[in-house]
Ligand binder design. Sequence first.
Ligand code: FAD
Length: 472
Amino acid sequence: MDTRLQTLGGGAVKLGSDDLGAFRGSLRGSLLLPDEPGYDAARMIWNAMIDKRPGMIVQALGASDVMRTVSFARERNALLAVRGGGHNIAGNAVCEGGIMLDLSRMRSVHVDPDSRRARVEGGALLSDVDRETQAFGLMVPVGINSTTGIAGLTLGGGFGWTSRKFGLTIDSLLSVDIVTADGELRRADAAQHPDLFWAVRGGSGNFGVVTSFEFKLNSLGPQVTAGLLLHPFAEAPALMREYRRLAAAAPDELSAWLVLRKAPPAPFVPVEWHDKEVLIIALCYAGPLADGEAAAAPFRALGKPIADLIGPTPFVGWQAAFDPLLAPGARNYWKSHDFKQLSDGACDALVDAIRRLPSNECEVFVGHLGGQVNRVPADATAFPRRDVEFIVNMHTRWRDPAQDTTCIAWARDLFKALAPHALGSVYVNFMPADETDRIRGAFGSNYERLAEVKRRYDPQNLFRLNQNISSH
Ligand code: FAD
């Protein structure tokens, strides 16, 4: 039987059974067609809004599979999607009719405690990295949800609880092994292909398929001071103003984020607060355990919390603390803004929106950046946004498709209300599929240089299912 693949131009290319058989036989991993067992599970990604059916799925087991798949796609002009952890909100890890190159079976992490370096395969999750590095009291600064893929997160920049102290994930990146559009595996680092190494640190998935990342490691843990302060939402207007004052004065080691939402029915939330709006201050001190209590004290002294859950906790556990609220399977739509400071107008807009939450799972995260992140020049890597102090991300989340319109409208309304107070830039990893008009803003002053590197390594734009940098 013939198989059809969608081409880059939107047409179709027919594959004969010999062609397909030879390709399947050349792989160490598996090739799944739409009628084969495992296909439906393999095409699922984190955001249940995305329901695309690739013409084939290649589940790679190593660089040779990746090289063959990239060449196979290029020679047939076929549409190609690349899946790391499958978390990206835009859903570009999967495509309609083309080839989905799935790296989720490539999850090894090798730590060398002597040189304090780790080599991480392109399909690894943050939990894989945290667990292997923490076995030696080491870590890479990554994101706050442990089921996220290291690949997409790193290629877009990567930040989390420890970034104010240790920088973005890309600031710990030493090299990548990357399969470029010509099907060649290249090592890119400060000495070899430095243009490519610059571009992959923030330029997203535009330049090839990374089969492994090499990170330098920092010391932390195994215990850190971290936890939550849960407050009644009625206090939010005053608390947010105090929060921004304390956050601005916090040492690099301390990250304090806000989470605004209805309280989940979790064991640590008193029953009378379940499903009521709350303001949560989430803290992590990325330094010696003995210093954490004192650093957290000013935040703990604010207002009268419903619950104070700050204390010593295993770093690996804290890295997964928000996993239950961010599990796969829900419908999701995100909007986000960058801020230098949270003005009164921004605080008021947030309070107003939380009083009108369209579902129990919708929430707003206010991420705390600054510190070491902002000490790197904007042109040192492709990540240009080194002036951001806070990122507001609207996690609009619900289950019933009948709520799509209401929930998406809520996010867009809040986005509009916050716009006059925001910087105008956006984090490339938080962009939904419909934000193509913000791509230039995401790469900012680095866009033209990125386009030049794109022309050099991917002149046909084979890697186009991403926040795409046009080389023309
Ligand atoms: P995928 O959807 O698999 O990949 C995203 C894109 O990256 C692909 O479309 C492809 O273009 C490219 N890509 C993937 N793998 C490769 C590869 N091996 N080689 C080349 N290109 C590749 N970000 C933060 O910085 N900090 C956070 O705290 C944070 N929290 C998050 C929490 C949740 C619940 C979610 C859903 C996302 C969060 N993010 C965070 C955003 C996250 O960084 C992006 O969604 C990122 O793209 C996820 O990477 P992935 O590999 O899982 O995604």
